[in-house]
Each structure stands twice: as structure tokens, then as C-alpha cells.
Design a binder for this molecule. Sequence first.
Ligand code: HEC
Ligand code: HEC
Length: 280
Amino acid sequence: MQQGRAVFLALALIGAAAAGLVTGYLIWGWPQDWYRADLAKLPQGAESDLIRYGAKLVIETPRSIGKDAVDPQLRFAGNDLACTSCHLDAGLKPFAAPFISTFATFPMMADDQVLTLTERINGCMRRSMNGKDLPAGSHELQALIAYVKFVGEGSPEGVRVAGMGLKRLPEPELAADATRGTEVYVKLCANCHKADGQGERRPAPGIGYSIPPLWGDQSFNAGAGMAKAAYAASYIHANMPFGIDYRSPVLTVQQAWDVAAYMTAQPRPPAPPEAASSLR
Ligand code: HEC
Ligand code: HEC
């Protein structure tokens, strides 16, 4: 059921992108590298301060708006993951769900509904961050939007440039198997994410993780995109073990599906009620 929904959703998103398809192909061939926003080049000023605060929220999420945030008023997330735990390089890494075309392609149609950028960010707050919405109009929400807009500056309106989202993985030869996945996990993941999947916390006074947890109470919940095998497999193939990218995968396609089956079979917090009827 959930899987069917995800497939439907993927199709709906492809449909929504169809208008920009021809342009998209042209852009694919362009030498332009969209992935190079540089905070250091920002001038002085209030707008730049807001963008820098947005970057801080993406990178130092647990300290700023996490479960253990310094300011108790701002504990919106229910865990200590960072946005950049998944949106690698703070949203600048191709095929790690980057933010380059995000501002230029929201609001978008998803599941027959208009999805705004605010709703999309709060979707990650509720599911990936297992928490609650950032209030409309809050400084935090405005800062995140300003940052997302900044990293996409100069990118084409209405087009998802190459490397957006996750890299679609071919179907595995054999049905994904969590038992085979355990072997992959032990060999290629457990040295960092640990045998119990809980990763490694930063030593105090640090807040959050040097290696994020993949399951359990402190991880993303069952409504998150990363809790779906197809998303997890694509993400892992293009990005893990940490340090690789989509051009130099270490796992075979089969291993990525198997380890994703293993990871998504582990316990985690339940999906929030609304996840059943809306986007991730
Ligand atoms: C556990 C992993 C995870 C964490 C943590 C996470 N996200 Fe996401 N996010 C995803 C996935 C997966 C997608 C969907 C990618 C796709 O549809 O191709 C996504 C999509 C998005 C998008 C839409 C991007 C686009 O244009 O396709 C935005 C914006 C976003 N997340 C913001 C955030 C913010 C802000 C935070 C931190 C408060 C956050 N996310 C934390 C996994 C995560
Ligand atoms: C060298 C250490 C290392 C290895 C090995 C490694 N990872 Fe990771 N992984 C990381 C780090 C670090 C992050 C977060 C990146 C950041 O914060 O910038 C991460 C993030 C993730 C995430 C998204 C964040 C989350 O909490 O879910 C997933 C999923 C993941 N890794 C799965 C795997 C799998 C599966 C393997 C084995 C195939 C693996 N990793 C191997 C270090 C590693």
C-alpha cells in the first residue's frame, strides 16, 4: 500500500516535471556546475544574516532546533539528526536530495495536491526529524527558505537540474533480502554506524552526531522518505559508505537494495498520523 503510494507519487512528480523535460535535457549537457553556492561570498546585511542563519540550521540542526537545542523554546525536532545528515554538504551534493532547484520548482504538484516549500520543509520536520512543524512566519522557517533560495540562485526557473533528488536505482536482480543485507551492513556500514545502528554522538559539549543513527527511537520515523526501501537504496548506492559519490559507487545495485531492506526492517518511531495521506 505504502509502496504503491510511493510509486504513484514518483510518477506524479515525473508528470509535474514533464513540462521542463526538454529544457532539462539541454541543461544536463551544459558545462554549468550549479552546485557551488558559497556563503563566504555573501555581502554584509540583514538578508545575508538570514541566509547564514539558515545554513546554520541545516548544519547545526540539533543545537539550533533539535530535541536537545540550546534554547528550549526552539526544540521543534524530536531527534538530534541534522538536515545535512541526509542533505549532504548542506544540500549541495548531487543525488543526496540537494536544494539547488528546490526554490525554483516549489510549489509543485504532488499526489494531486499543491505542495508549498513550507509544507515540504515541515514534511521533513515531522518525519525525518520526527518532530513538529516550524511555525509559519517564524525566523527559523524564513531562514531555511532564504538559504534554499540562496543555494539555487541563478539556476533555471521551473527546472530540476541534473543531480536533483535521488538517483533512481535499477530493480535488483534478486528480490531485496534483509538477511543478505545484514552481511553488507556488517562489512561496510557498522564500522561507522555501529552494530546497533545508533552511530556516534559528538562528545560534550557537542550536540548531535558525528555519525547519525539509522534506526531506533533517535532516528527518522516510519513516515520518512528514508524509511522506504526504494529511497534508502538509491540514497545509499550514491552516497554510502560516506565519502563516495554517484560516479564511484562501492555497493553493487543488489547490495544497496539488500542493505536498504535490512535498514528499513529495523524498529523506528511510528509515522505521524497525517503521513498516511500526504507526502512523506
Ligand atoms: C533522514 C533523512 C532526512 C533528514 C534528516 C532531512 N531530510 Fe529533507 N528530504 C529527505 C528526502 C529523502 C527527501 C526527498 C528527496 C526526493 O524526493 O527525491 C527530502 C526532501 C526535502 C526537501 C525537498 C527538496 C527538493 O527540491 O526535492 C526539502 C526542502 C527538505 N527535504 C528540507 C529538509 C530540512 C530543512 C531538513 C532539516 C530540518 C531536512 N530536510 C531533514 C530526507 C531527509
Ligand atoms: C565512514 C563512515 C561511514 C560509513 C562506512 C557509512 N556511513 Fe552512512 N553516514 C555517515 C555519516 C558521517 C553520515 C552523515 C553525513 C553528515 O552528517 O554530513 C551518514 C549518513 C547516512 C544516512 C542518512 C542519515 C541517517 O541518519 O539515516 C544513511 C541512510 C546511511 N548513512 C546509511 C549507510 C549505510 C547503509 C552504510 C553502509 C553501506 C553506510 N551508511 C556507511 C558515515 C558513514
